[in-house]
Ligand binder design. Structure first.
Ligand code: AMP
Length: 574
């Protein structure tokens, strides 16, 4: 097909998907929260369970679409009562508790921009996202506020309102009542539970997700209300969601999967979602699949590998017969995992591929199509993918099969990010002509299956979490003994990669076990458990290019014992 016919075919695929949306009554636009909540609440499906929250202490709380509509309207009204306006940024840092889900959807009703953060982040990643994200409101818990945010207040000048979930007493103990800190419970009790969503332009910003690059600060990828078209239809096609399903997406909303498919997509598809506040535990996960009668399960390769490690006997103790579709995302899924699942769970795992910037699944193994273990599957309808090579500021497509190149996507799908906040050049640099450059290396086989090869950059993927080396290096260099730091992803059989740091010390500091532990502790405190290095090695000097850039690539090659590549730009042999 020539590119005009391709473009027309893609357009009509998305136009068909768009026609499945309800739209705001009276033709007043498109709002994610209306499609996800009110549309169902107002119809025959209002009593259907939208969320089943499993709390940390084992309690189970169900919320119907109708209740969710009331709660989210209350939150939207509360934002209005505070003088918060459309377009203002509402950040969420709370773990997988009901208040986070209500706040996300309520803020979308109020046409604010929602930015969920991962609660395991330390203060530095939180600041590095809230500050450039111009957070005006933060919804969090008393404990997280005390531990991670209170000390940052002076560095977050735009932050006016901090709403603390939990009891009024807990909120008061953490400081509610002064400095813009309030009890969310008190605020909601006073707010109107009716709220009319105002006209929403489909291009109005809706969701902000930070992601990591090789250099510089984290990038805030901004998505618009129109994205809901892709959330909805890709949930149906790639995750096979149907109205009677019980769906469990194990991702935290702090990562894009936990928002697009942990909040929006199951709701628009009228499906019941299980939300488990606790972290991974093999036995509890199997028990949850059984007890909640989960039919569709969306998880991650690291979790699958941990289940594999827990043995084949364990799952046999549980009745998993309701499960009918399993999918995974975020990192390469080992072919053995697909085979293991088929043998042990009686179902294969459908790997799919996407990233923060794409907002929704782009390439997938869909139901009913042959799975080639190790492959990510085919592009979804409406997605035009290609393999290419960057050349002279543009891209050259590679037509031959089984040749490695960068994964390219023809731009224009509804959930494509619309900008990186405050980083216009960086955003523009992601495109060449009609193509969005994903930064991932892939190959395509003769039958059109895509196979992941690796990242084109130095970004680290650990347990499915994207970690920017620059952010980690900056935190390490705050330690008084550290002169230079370079961070790489070291392959790990369980979590894909672990963060390993190479450090050189300022004169007067000696490498020692005590210092290593001290720097590890410093990094953990600043960055949180997700991004902090697991290993540190001391070097006298770090290899760098003549222009002064640290050669992470060389450190990685040395770590792996692979060829060191072209060293002609190396400053001096080390
Ligand atoms: P994030 O933006 O945090 O969702 O991370 C996106 C990145 O995760 C992609 O660019 C890939 O490098 C990686 N990724 C996502 N899905 C897959 C997959 N199915 N196989 C291999 N890598 C994946």
């Amino acid at each position: 097909m020539d590119s005009i016919s391709t473009r027309n075919a893609l357009k009509s695929a998305w136009a068909r998907a768009r026609a499945e949306m309800d739209g705001l009554p009276g033709g007043r636009g498109l709002n994610i929260a209306h499609e996800a909540v009110d549309r169902h609440a107002q119809g025959a499906g209002g009593d259907r369970i939208a969320f089943r929250f499993l709390s940390r202490d084992g309690e189970r709380r169900e919320m119907s679409f109708r209740q969710l509509a009331v709660e989210t309207s209350r939150f939207a009204s509360a934002l209005g009562d505070l003088g918060v306006e459309p377009g203002d940024r509402v950040f969420l840092l709370a773990g997988r508790i009901p208040e986070l889900y209500v706040a996300a959807l309520g803020a979308l009703k109020a046409r604010c921009v929602v930015c969920p953060l991962f609660s395991a982040f330390g203060p530095e990643p939180i600041r590095a996202r809230m500050d450039p994200g111009s957070a005006r409101v933060l919804v969090t818990t008393p404990a997280l506020y005390r531990r991670k945010v209170r000390a940052l207040r002076e560095q977050l000048p735009a932050l006016e309102h901090i709403l603390l979930a939990g009891t009024e007493e807990e909120a008061a103990e953490a400081g509610a009542g002064a400095d813009g800190v309030r009890s969310l419970t008190t605020l909601l009790a006073q707010a109107d539970d009716r709220f009319r969503i105002q006209d929403t332009d489909p291009e109005d910003p809706a969701l902000l997700h930070f992601t990591s690059g090789t250099t510089g600060a984290p990038k805030g990828a901004l998505h618009v209300h129109e994205a809901v078209v892709a959330h909805h239809v890709t949930g149906r096609i790639a995750l096979d969601l149907r109205p009677d399903d019980v769906f469990w997406c194990t991702a935290d909303p702090g990562w894009v999967t936990g928002t697009s498919y942990g909040i929006v997509s199951p709701l628009t598809n009228g499906v019941t979602s299980v939300v488990d506040e606790r972290e991974f535990d093999a036995e509890r996960w199997y028990r949850t699949l059984e007890a909640e009668k989960v039919t569709v399960w969306y998880t991650a390769p690291t979790a699958v590998r941990m289940l594999m490690k827990s043995g084949r006997e364990l799952p046999r103790r549980f009745d998993l017969s309701r499960l009918r579709f399993i999918a995974s995302v975020g990192e390469p899924l080992n072919p053995e995992a697909v085979v293991w699942a088929q043998e042990v769970l009686g179902l294969p795992i459908h790997d799919n591929w996407w990233q923060t910037e794409t907002g929704g699944i782009m390439i997938a193994n869909v139901a009913g199509r042959e799975i080639r273990p190790g492959s990510m599957g085919h592009p979804l309808p409406g997605v035009d993918a290609a393999v290419g090579r960057r050349e002279n500021g543009g891209v050259t497509l590679i037509e031959a099969v089984d040749v490695e190149g960068e994964l390219l996507l023809r731009k224009g799908w509804p959930s494509m990010f619309r900008s990186y906040v405050h980083q216009k050049e960086r955003y523009l640099g992601c495109f060449a002509g009609d193509w969005y450059l994903t930064g991932d290396l892939v190959r395509r086989d003769a039958d059109g299956y895509y196979w992941f090869v690796g990242r084109a950059d130095d970004v680290i993927k650990s347990a499915g979490h994207l970690i920017g080396p620059f952010e980690v290096e900056s935190a390490l260099m705050e330690h008084p003994a550290v002169a230079e730091a370079a961070v790489i992803g070291k392959p790990d059989p369980m979590v894909g990669e672990i963060v390993k740091a190479f450090i050189s010390l300022h004169p007067g500091h000696e490498a020692s076990e005590d210092l290593r532990l001290e720097i590890l502790g410093h990094a953990r405190k600043r960055l949180g458990s997700v991004a902090a290095p697991k290993e540190i090695a001391f070097l006298d000097d770090l290899p760098r290019t003549k222009s002064g850039k640290t050669l992470r690539r060389l450190l990685k090659a040395r770590e792996l014992g692979t060829p060191e590549g072209d060293l002609s730009t190396l400053e001096e042999p080390t």
